[in-house]
Design a protein around this ligand. Structure first.
Ligand SMILES: NC(=O)c1ccc[n+]([C@@H]2O[C@H](COP(=O)([O-])OP(=O)(O)OC[C@H]3O[C@@H](n4cnc5c(N)ncnc54)[C@H](OP(=O)(O)O)[C@@H]3O)[C@@H](O)[C@H]2O)c1
Length: 342
C-alpha cells in the first residue's frame, strides 16, 4: 500500500480523502493538525493509523510515502520545506507558494533533496483537459486565437474566513483566478504582456480580478476571478474554424463540446467515479513509484511560470500580502511604470 499523510485538516482535506479512498493501493496513513483532538476525530472518520497533534510530528513517521499539504496558501511554503527537508514527497495545494521567490526555493530544495514535489493543480489531470488538448492538436477548430475563462463564486463576506483573510493569502486571484491563468499558460505558454485590475475589498483582498494576457503569435486570454459573484465558471477556446467549450464548472468534473463555423458540433461526457482528485493522486503516486521528482504534466517549471505570472498580475493590480511579500518598493514602482507606459 502507498501511505499518504495530510497536513491541515480543513475542508479540502475531507474531499481529498474521499477520493483517495477510491485510488487502488492507496491509503490514508497519518494526519497532522494543530489540534490533536481534530486529528484523532479525522483519523477515526477515515481510518488513518496515526493522528498527530502538530505538523512537525508527521515528518517523524517513517512509513509515509507522500504528504498532501492542505493548509491555507500562507502555510504551503513552510509545510512543504519541512517535508522536503525530511525527504518526504510532497503534493501541495495551489498556489504552491505565496510568490515566485517561495516557489523557487521549494523547487530548488526538491531538486537538491531529489524528492518529489508537485502543485496539486487537479484540473490538469481531468479527462476534460485531456480531451481539449487532443481536440486542439487535431486542428479541428483551426488555429487557436483566444481563451475566455472565469471562476467566481459568491462567498459570504466574512472577514474571519480564509478567502477574505489577507493574512492567510485570501482573495480571488490566488484562490480561484489561478485556474483560468493556469489554463491560459497551458494553452499558450509564457505571456509576453499582462494587463490586470482588481477591486480590493474592505479586508484588503481582491474580491474581483480582471486580466488580459497577450502571448506569442497574437494569442489573447481574457480572464476573470471573483469571490463575491457567482460567475458562469466556464472556459471557451476560440479558433479560426470554431470553438471548444469546457462547460461549467470547467475547473472540476464537467463536459466538453465543440462547435465549428460550418455548424458541425459534438459533445463529450465522461463517466466519473470520484470528485476529481483521484487523477492527481494517481499521477503523484505513479511519479513517486517511478522514482521521479516531478510530473511532466505539472512540472516545477510550469509552477514557477504560473507563480511568476500571478506575481506580475498582483503587482499590476495592487494585490499585496505584506506578511509574505518580498517585492521591493523599486519592483512595485518599476512594474507600475512599465504597465502604465504600455
Ligand atoms: N483543489 C481544490 O479544489 C481546492 C479547493 C479548496 C481549497 N483548496 C486549497 O486548499 C488550501 C486549504 O483550503 P481549505 O478550503 O481546505 O481551507 P480551510 O478549510 O480553512 O482549512 C485549512 C486548514 O489549514 C490549517 N491551518 C493552518 N494554519 C492555519 C491558520 N493560521 N488559520 C486557519 N487554518 C490553518 C487548519 O487545519 P488544522 O486546524 O487541522 O491544523 C485548517 O483547517 C488552500 O490553499 C486552497 O487554495 C483547493
Amino acid at each position: 500500500m502507498f501511505n499518504w499523510g495530510i497536513i491541515g485538516l480543513g475542508k479540502i482535506a475531507h474531499k481529498f480523502v474521499e477520493d483517495l479512498q477510491k485510488v487502488p493501493d492507496a491509503r490514508l496513513y497519518a494526519v497532522a493538525s494543530r489540534d490533536l483532538e481534530r486529528s484523532q476525530d479525522f483519523s477515526l472518520l477515515y481510518n488513518a493509523e496515526k493522528p498527530f497533534g502538530s505538523y512537525e510530528e508527521i515528518v517523524t513517521c517513517q512509513e509515509l510515502d507522500a504528504v498532501y499539504i492542505a493548509t491555507p496558501h500562507t502555510g504551503h511554503f513552510e509545510n512543504s520545506i519541512m517535508c522536503l527537508e525530511h525527504n518526504i514527497p510532497v503534493l501541495c495545494e495551489k498556489p504552491l507558494g505565496m510568490n515566485a521567490e517561495q516557489v523557487h526555493k521549494m523547487v530548488s530544495l526538491a531538486r537538491f533533496q531529489e524528492t518529489f514535489l508537485m502543485e496539486a493543480m487537479w484540473t490538469r489531470f481531468l479527462p476534460t483537459i485531456k480531451k481539449v488538448l487532443e481536440l486542439i492538436d487535431s486542428g479541428i477548430i483551426g488555429e487557436v486565437r483566444t481563451l475566455k475563462a472565469d471562476f467566481g463564486f459568491a462567498a459570504e463576506r466574512d472577514p474571519r474566513s480564509r478567502v477574505f483573510n489577507q493574512g492567510l493569502g485570501g482573495g480571488s486571484l490566488l484562490d480561484v483566478g489561478i485556474y483560468p491563468v493556469f489554463l491560459s499558460l497551458l494553452l499558450f505558454g509564457r505571456p509576453k504582456s499582462i494587463r490586470a485590475a482588481a477591486s480590493i475589498g474592505p479586508t484588503n483582498v481582491d474580491e474581483d480580478c480582471a486580466m488580459i494576457l497577450k502571448f506569442q503569435g497574437q494569442k489573447l486570454a481574457m480572464l476573470h476571478s471573483s469571490i463575491i459573484t457567482n460567475t458562469k465558471t466556464e472556459a471557451v477556446i476560440y479558433g479560426e474554424k470554431g470553438h471548444i467549450h469546457i462547460h461549467p464548472r470547467w475547473h472540476e468534473l464537467s463536459s466538453v463540446s465543440y462547435e465549428l463555423n460550418n455548424g458541425q458540433s459534438e459533445r463529450f461526457d465522461f463517466e466519473y467515479h470520484c470528485r476529481g482528485f483521484s487523477y492527481e493522486i494517481q499521477e503523484a503516486m505513479d511519479c513517486i513509484k517511478g522514482g521521479r521528482f516531478q510530473s511532466d504534466k505539472m512540472s516545477h517549471d510550469f509552477s514557477l511560470m504560473l507563480m511568476k505570472v500571478l506575481d506580475d498580475i498582483r503587482l499590476q493590480a495592487n494585490i499585496f500580502y505584506p506578511l509574505s511579500d518580498h517585492f521591493t518598493d523599486k519592483e512595485i514602482a518599476t512594474k507600475a511604470n512599465k504597465f502604465s507606459q504600455n
